[in-house]
Design a protein around this ligand. Structure first.
Ligand SMILES: C[S@@+](CC[C@H](N)C(=O)[O-])C[C@H]1O[C@@H](n2cnc3c(N)ncnc32)[C@H](O)[C@@H]1O
Length: 212
């Protein structure tokens, strides 16, 4: 199953940014800035972006972390990471790396990052992978570090809402639907001070928690 999904994302990588641009009219860029801001990342800080895709959140974070900081985007699709790498080259970031790995097993030491992000991806991971990814996010965060993820809100338009439900149903697990409705109980298994905020666009939500 994972091999199939990885292949799907390898193929999708060629269209991903174009489809997102059409769909969001650049609202997503602002949302990614907001997601990074919500982690409290400072210049010189370190962040891992899980399921980084074409690297948009990681690139945004690398600008905040600055020369002294470190940002790593992790994804299991080589196709997605190639696109991310091409984009990163255009901004000549010296603090940004992309690593091919499964988010269920992060190749990083315990307590080594200030922040972990994940944008529009946690809801579609299978439940075991998601649980492992949350556990890994907790493990690699320093005490006091922030995990922040962004997801779609349930669409208001009836037709889009129907498509959204079909997408959730196609994932084949009722737990994915439960997760998409309210992510807080899942994060609260690992993190404290878990908060959910709807973004100013109304279409997405940011859920975050702190490693005590
Ligand atoms: C919908 S895209 C989101 C990309 C990006 N975060 C964004 O906001 O544009 C989901 C990404 O998750 C990655 N992914 C899915 N399962 C994964 C796993 N188990 N380990 C690592 N990456 C995974 C896919 O390859 C894909 O790039």
């Amino acid at each position: 199953m994972k091999r199939f999904r990885r292949r799907y994302y390898d193929l999708f990588s060629h269209l991903y940014d174009k489809i997102i641009a059409l769909h969001s009219q650049d609202k997503r860029a602002l949302l990614r800035e907001l997601l990074v801001e919500k982690t409290g990342l400072k210049p010189g800080g370190s962040l891992i972006d899980l399921c980084t895709g074409t690297g948009a959140v990681a690139i945004t974070a690398s600008k905040v972390a600055g020369k002294e900081g470190l940002v790593i985007g992790v994804d299991f699709s080589l196709g997605m990471l190639k696109k991310a790498h091409q984009k990163a080259k255009t901004i000549k970031a010296t603090n940004l790396y992309f690593v091919l790995a499964d988010v269920a097993r992060l190749p990083f030491a315990d307590k080594s990052f200030d922040a972990v992000t994940c944008s529009h991806a946690m809801y579609e991971l299978d439940p075991l992978t998601r649980e492992a990814a949350l556990k890994e996010a907790y493990r690699v965060l320093k005490p006091g570090g922030c995990f922040a993820m962004m997801e779609h809100c349930e669409p208001k338009h009836p037709f889009i809402r129907l498509l959204y439900y079909i997408r959730l149903a196609s994932m084949g697990s009722t737990e994915n639907r439960t997760f998409a409705r309210d992510e807080r109980p899942f994060l609260a298994r690992y993190f404290e001070d878990v908060k959910l905020e709807v973004t100013p666009t109304g279409g997405s939500k940011i859920i975050r928690g702190i490693k005590k």
